[in-house]
Design a protein around this ligand. Sequence first.
Ligand SMILES: [Zn+2]
Ligand SMILES: [Zn+2]
Length: 243
Amino acid sequence: MNKFLNSNFFKFLINIFFPRICLHCKNDIHYLNENILCPACHKQLKKIIPPLCAKCGQPIDSGEHCHPCRKLKTQPNCSFIRSAFIFNDPMRSVIHEYKYNCKPYLSKTLGLWMRELLKTNPEFKGFRFLLPVPLARKKLAQRGFNQSELLADIIAENGDFEVIKNAIIRSKNTKSQTTLNKEDRKSNMLNAFSALKPELIKGKNIILIDDVATTGSTLQELAKTLKKAGAKKVAAFTLARET
Ligand SMILES: [Zn+2]
Ligand SMILES: [Zn+2]
């Protein structure tokens, strides 16, 4: 029976009743292709590769830091931010389907993509803990899942990392950041998080996990809370990055 369930013929039958379509262009995907995008859309995904700003991870033409980071007078709480992909059209479609069209099972593919690229990043050596960006209680109830937590669970599944859960809550119901500029995003996020269990944070090197990084204000604010709770070092890794 198992042999039949794994056979190409069975996959072909399933496809007749439940055809799979590309999450971006909506064309049919060949029944033997297990990807969530068709080959043409998958090819459009853009991995983020150096040169990048050593702090915020923004792709740059040359040098060590981007212009805004060069002007920083103090070390940011989140020492550095790295991301797997540019937030371009196919990536936007994938994340939209994942978060807003309620497809939590996409975390499997997206988490594996992230794990693969996280591994290639030598700067994360010495980090053992992942902390997904918490959602406010109301948002979590609406969506039914925390997209960042599911990603962290998949990244950590092979035992290379441990996920810290329920140590931090989002205590403030922040406005959606999408229409705000950089300064407003920062003040919107101010004191958004509180540490419930600082003992889970203290002395640890922690990677924050999120789906998309825009200005980094959420990550910086969360890192500030972790640092106050005694974290040794905080960095961040996101699935995508707006450029
Ligand atoms: Zn496609
Ligand atoms: Zn920068």
